[in-house]
Design a protein around this ligand. Structure first.
Ligand SMILES: C[S@@+](CC[C@H](N)C(=O)[O-])C[C@H]1O[C@@H](n2cnc3c(N)ncnc32)[C@H](O)[C@@H]1O
Ligand SMILES: C[C@H](CCN)[C@@H](N)C(=O)O
Ligand code: SF4
Length: 368
């Protein structure tokens, strides 16, 4: 296709997105394949235009507490895989988690994301019961601070109990919808079970975050397929992260992918999900990576981690944490320079409540 024809096709697709028309697989693929700088800039401008139409340049800020880095699984891309003796292992107590939540609340976050490895201690018995109690306590003590849980795959009963305790979100990233690739990444884990847990979370009244991992062997067709699956799932937050190699893992020598792809995927996600939440995670490139992700259409800064609390990131265990760049104050300068603003807590709550009310469960027809 000559450049003239390609440019007019891109223009047609971007206009369709601006009109909030449905983009099909072929159109998503055309956008994912863009390499021309001018085309990419038009894509980002369209994405930011859509974001600002729904969110008026307001950005949401998520605190992140990785409270246990013990895990029973062996994901090939993850530092915290059970066999990795080099991983920074810790298990925070209820009191430590509680203190970190209050500190994040005070700093001005809109939500706190409680994340763990699939740590047997916290997956059943007293440990799990304490988690339910903690979520309840957080909601009571903070006048209902929104809470996301990222516990990995849990049973439907446990999902319901977290919803009962007051959790608002369930995050569980499929990484890829290519089942062969999934099996190579999430060793001995069930693709269906991981996907089903998200549908069960919707059924329990939780909002769901879905996520893709880039640079681990996926194709552009895989990414397009995943985006269509996210639509079917009714995810209200959709993310993409570039793989960051970790010491002691099977993928240790796989280079981190060029960030162009992550930025393009963020922008395409915005065109497909104009009114949903799309993270600019600090967990891939720290504060230096924030502006580009926001300029691609993201509207949530995630992985804000309290300094000097002994808390790690997922992909970047320590980058920019203790020097305070992964804090509300630490990102303020970037937002200001881009004429973006942190939303108020009330604005985030309003968005959240609207999404919950708008959840017609029609994303799930019939039984699974
Ligand atoms: C949120 S953390 C832990 C939560 C829970 N154990 C789980 O696996 O869902 C898991 C996610 O972090 C991301 N992740 C893990 N290791 C990564 C790495 N090295 N680079 C980029 N993203 C990574 C993956 O998308 C993965 O689904
Ligand atoms: C991957 C983490 C989120 C888990 N729900 C966090 N480090 C982030 O990037 O938002
Ligand atoms: S991604 Fe989650 S389940 Fe997989 S090894 Fe890491 S912490 Fe465990």
């Amino acid at each position: 296709m000559d450049s003239e024809t390609r440019r007019s096709d891109v223009k047609r697709i971007l206009q369709k997105a601006t009109n909030l028309e449905h983009l099909g697989r072929a159109e998503i693929l055309t956008l994912l394949r863009l390499t021309d700088k001018k085309d990419l800039q038009s894509l980002y401008d369209t994405a930011c235009g859509l974001r600002d139409r729904y969110f008026y340049k307001k950005i949401f800020l998520y605190g992140f507490i990785y409270f246990s880095t013990w895990c029973r699984n062996s994901c090939t891309f993850c530092a915290y895989r059970s066999a990795n003796g080099l991983a920074p292992r810790y298990r925070k107590s209820q009191a430590e988690i509680h203190a970190a939540v209050l500190g994040l609340l005070k700093s001005g976050v809109h939500l706190v994301d409680l994340t763990m490895g699939e740590d047997p201690f916290y997956r059943s018995g007293q440990g799990l019961a304490d988690l339910f109690k903690l979520v309840k306590q957080i909601k009571q003590e903070t006048d209902g601070l929104p809470v996301m849980i990222s516990p990995g795959v849990i049973s439907e009963t446990t999902i319901q109990d977290f919803a009962q305790a007051g959790a608002d979100w369930y995050a569980c990233y499929q990484e890829t919808y290519n089942q062969r690739l999934f099996a190579q990444l999430r060793l001995d884990q069930s693709f269906a079970e991981r996907l089903l847990s998200k549908y069960q979370a919707v059924r329990a009244g939780l909002l769901v975050e879905e996520g893709l991992l880039l640079g681990v062997g996926e194709t552009q067709e895989d990414i397009a397929a995943a985006i269509e699956n996210m639509r079917a799932l009714g995810a209200r937050q959709v993310r993409v992260m570039s793989f960051v190699p970790q010491r002691g893992i099977p993928l240790e020598n796989i280079p981190s992918p060029n960030r162009q792809l992550e930025l393009t995927v963020i922008a395409v996600l915005r065109l497909v999900f104009p009114d949903k939440l799309i993270p600019a995670s600090l967990d891939v490139d720290g504060i230096d990576g924030l502006a580009a992700r926001l300029a691609a259409g993201a509207n949530v800064v995630t992985s804000l981690i309290p300094p000097h609390a002994g808390l790690a990131g997922v992909a970047q265990h320590s980058k920019d944490i203790d020097d305070g760049y992964r804090t509300v104050a630490g990102v303020a300068e970037v937002l200001e320079a881009m004429e973006l603003k942190a939303a108020t807590r009330a604005e985030y709550r309003e968005w959240l409540e609207n999404q919950k009310r708008a959840d017609p469960k029609n994303f799930i027809d019939g039984e699974w």
